[in-house]
Design a binder for this molecule. Structure first.
Ligand code: NAP
Length: 281
């Protein structure tokens, strides 16, 4: 039987540790680290994600600040808000909630976030630092995945890893960060030929596709570690990209959805904010 990689439980443990670190920061500097979120428009899922981040930040004793702009905000208005937050000494971490309403250029907006406040690790500078092997904010989902693997003593060095999905948010940084951990990585996407054989050969598979139950347990090599980043809504349930029926009989370790990578993403965001606040001192 494969072990379940309990992201929810680990995120709770790390939350307790982070609360202590935040309290020490407050004692030393007389203020709490502050996470600022720019939310544009009224997308209900985005609003829910933002509320969740704010609630989690407050739980560990951090401050949060939400700048809510209307759906018809112009590119210039969003950029001005980002610049204002870049310049604010009260703000340690800054994220722009994606997706943005149509008509806005997310690349231009993300690129404007100061790397010194880039807690999502998604600016060209932060992503470039991964390529160069330099320190910096790491994108929260891949960071959360690696933290989870490390916690369970899963060493990536020398392993064959397959990442399915090549977004700048998850797949690409995940592949680079696994390579940094000395895994031999294959980055797969919708045009990949022979995905079946690549998966059957992989010791570690990270699925970040966004298609419910796209991968089946018999897709994997017996003993593989299977990390499911996908979050897909079916009626009133959330499911991943991997079908879990029979998965524990094939995989040596696997993440559930919900309760796997999701909570690790949020805790990574908070940890990145505290790291940047500490760096500023
Ligand atoms: P995305 O930008 O839509 O990227 C999806 C990727 O999957 C693309 O690279 C696409 O390939 C690839 N893909 C699609 N169909 C495929 C197929 N048939 N075979 C192989 N690859 C295929 O999505 P994303 O933002 O990376 O998110 C992926 C999933 O993770 C979503 O369910 C999202 O909700 C979830 N997510 C979860 C967390 C978390 O904290 N757990 C965080 C972020 C995202 P092409 O590039 O060729 O189109």
């Amino acid at each position: 039987m494969g072990i379940l990689l309990d992201g929810k439980g680990l995120a709770e443990e790390r939350r307790a540790e982070l609360s202590t670190r935040v309290a020490a920061f407050v004692d030393e500097y007389g203020r709490a680290p502050c996470l600022s979120v720019v939310l544009v428009g009224d997308d209900s899922a985005s609003a829910l994600y933002v509320r969740n981040k704010v609630r989690m930040a407050e739980k560990v004793g951090m401050l949060s600040r939400v700048e809510h702009l209307p759906a018809d905000a112009s590119q210039e208005e969003v950029l001005n808000t980002v610049e204002e937050l870049n310049g604010s000494t009260d703000v340690d971490g800054l994220i722009v909630q994606l997706p943005l309403p149509k008509g806005l250029d997310p690349e231009g907006i993300i690129a404007r976030i100061s790397p010194s406040k880039d807690v999502d690790g998604l600016t060209p500078v932060s992503l470039g630092r991964i390529v160069r092997g330099l320190d910096g904010s790491r994108p929260c989902t891949p960071k959360g995945v690696l933290t989870l693997l490390e916690h369970y003593g899963i060493n990536c060095a020398g392993k064959k890893a397959a990442v399915v999905g090549r977004s700048a948010l998850v797949g690409k940084p995940m592949a680079l960060m696994l390579a940094q951990e000395d895994a031999t990585v294959t980055l797969c996407h919708s045009k990949t030929r022979d995905l079946g054989n690549i998966l059957k050969d992989a010791d570690i598979v990270v699925a970040a596709i966004g298609r419910p139950a796209f991968l089946q347990p018999d897709s994997f090599k017996p003993g593989a570690v299977v990390v499911d980043v996908g979050i897909n809504r079916i009626d009133d349930r959330w499911v991943g990209d991997v079908s879990v029926d029979g998965l524990s009989e094939v995989a040596s370790a696997w993440t559930p959805v919900p309760g796997g990578v999701g909570p690790m993403t949020v805790i990574s965001l908070l940890e990145n904010t505290v790291l940047l606040a500490e760096d500023k001192k």
